[in-house]
Design a protein around this ligand. Structure first.
Ligand code: GLU
Length: 504
């Protein structure tokens, strides 16, 4: 039973969806089996690691709805949880490996080894460390250390097969002869990935190592390190690679793929979480793919984790997002949408009246949105009513060429001209009167009304737009919103000036 799992990101950049998927699977396992999830920061690559990314990764994981019980931020019994703070632990175990002869010091210079590797490549053969320092006598080693010769610590790889169980791939077998003695500790005292990960997983008592299959080829070396340390192996589960639509490994070439990017785009975390679970896992035959957290935890299991690569389909993610946007608490969408509109300079202070109005805007535009940031492309049309330009638009012209269109606009203007009329409350009766007076119905009625009010031949429902125009015109916004009366008056004048109102 998976009772201790870990997610071990390297803080060298933003969290990629592939790594986020690994985090989600670990989290689901932990939830499902009541296990503990450990967050470990793998920052041994000092040149590329940045604490800014560590903060961002933690914030993004929390945004996605994940939590962990042990980690650099919350501590725990097996800390520290940042590899850069564990150098003494790695050194201690390396020393014990040296003492029992399971590891040895290697004084070969990088230049020399690099030369050998290059020559092998030119000759078309695969190179592995030839074991030059494997059997140096203790006195030679002591002398070189005394002379301050730089050295690395290497594992003495045993001969024979390396076997481990993988929950996704089944039993995996490698011949150790292909491996070469891997470096455990570099000459600067920093551990290599393979060594640090084993010391950490072993000493943190990780029962199940669930990670991307890009690490599958590292695992035989790690197994040998476990053996050398005399520690039991965890169970491994290597998750399939995530591909882009062109079936090559998902990368920046396919567009932005970080969690932060999807957050900025206005993808709801529950939509992304649901979608990520389907990358390499499928619910049962009779189950829907849209699954609540509880359903996900209940139905998640390793049996249906697939070893074939999963394709990241952003349109499917948008489909999930549209579903969750429709379901989400309106106030969440309003907060988010307000932030986008503020960023565009369309809102300033967001008081309760503005918030209520943004609620109407969100409701009107939501059906056409893949993600919430699109509101900042859609909403500007509320402000940008320019009748003169609109009447020259081809689509608008077509509407105006419908029989009786000019009459509809004229009647609408008449109806709106009554000073005392409350346009929002009386909108349906206004439309009824326009219908009666113009004798038009259906699209011959509604299309001219739409173009006169919006300057466009398509868009959100008019019933939803009218309160937005009327309410918006009453608010102190950075740019004024015209009310219905102003719009239709302007539109009518533009039609007149373009000779679109028949003179009888
Ligand atoms: N730090 C590694 C990575 O980000 C993860 C290593 C592991 O899960 O074993 O790819």
């Amino acid at each position: 039973m998976p009772n201790r799992l870990r997610f071990a990101p390297s803080p060298t950049g933003e969290l990629h969806v592939g790594n986020a998927r690994t985090a989600v699977f670990n989290w689901l396992f932990a939830k499902k089996y009541g296990g503990t999830l450990v967050l470990r920061i793998e920052d041994t690559d000092q040149a590329r690691s940045d604490s800014r990314f560590e903060d961002l990764i933690c914030r993004n994981l929390k945004w996605l709805g994940l939590d962990w019980q042990e980690g650099p931020d919350c501590g725990g019994p097996f800390g520290p949880y940042r590899q850069s703070s564990r150098t003494a632990i790695y050194a201690r175990h390396a020393l014990s490996l040296l003492e029992k002869g399971a590891a040895y010091r290697c004084f070969c210079s990088e230049e020399e080894l690099g030369r050998q590797a290059r020559e092998a490549r030119q000759a078309g053969v695969t190179w592995k460390y030839p074991g030059t320092c494997r059997n140096l006598s203790a006195s030679v080693v002591a002398q070189r250390l005394q002379d301050s010769h730089p050295s690395v610590i290497r594992l003495r790889v045993r001969s024979g097969k390396v076997v481990f169980q993988d929950l996704v791939h089944g039993e995996m077998k490698f011949d150790s002869a292909v491996l070469g003695d891997p470096i455990l500790v570099r000459s600067n005292g920093m551990p290599t990935y393979n060594y640090a990960v084993v010391v950490d997983d072993g000493s943190m008592k990780i029962s199940h190592v669930v990670r991307g299959d890009d690490h599958l080829s590292n695992t035989p070396r790690q197994v040998l390190i476990y053996e050398a340390l005399g520690w039991p192996l965890p169970v491994f589960a290597h998750l399939s690679t995530i591909l882009g639509p062109d079936r090559t490994r998902l990368s920046k070439r396919h567009g932005a793929t970080s969690l932060q990017h999807f957050l900025d785009l206005g993808i709801l975390p529950e939509a992304l979480l649901n979608y990520l679970t389907l990358l390499g896992w499928a619910p049962g035959e009779d189950q829907d793919e849209i699954l609540s957290l509880e359903e996900l935890v209940a139905s998640f299991g390793i049996e249906r984790v697939s070893k074939s690569a999963a394709v990241f389909d952003v349109h499917k993610l948008y489909f999930f997002n549209r579903h969750y946007l429709k379901e989400c608490e309106p106030s969440r969408a309003v907060e988010w949408a307000s932030a986008y509109l503020r960023r565009e300079g369309l809102l300033e202070e967001v008081n309760s009246a503005v918030r209520q109005w943004v609620g109407l805007v969100v409701e009107a535009f939501l059906p056409g949105l893949d993600h919430l940031s699109q509101i900042s492309q859609k909403a500007p049309q509320l402000w940008s009513f320019e009748a003169e330009k609109a009447v020259r638009d081809e689509g608008v012209r077509q509407v105006l060429s419908l029989p009786g269109a000019a009459r509809v606009v004229d009647e609408l203007r008449n109806q709106l001209s009554h000073e005392e009329c409350d346009v929002v409350r009386e909108w349906s009766s206004i439309v009824r009167s326009v219908k009666a007076a113009s004798g038009q119905k259906g699209r011959k009625l509604f299309h001219p009304i739409r173009v006169a009010l919006t300057g466009k031949d398509s868009g959100p429902e008019l019933d939803k737009l009218v309160p937005i125009f009327e309410g918006g015109s009453q608010l102190e916004l950075p740019h004024r919103i015209k009310d219905c009366r102003a719009r239709v008056d302007e539109f009518y004048s533009a039609m007149l000036s373009q000779g679109l109102i028949p003179t009888v």
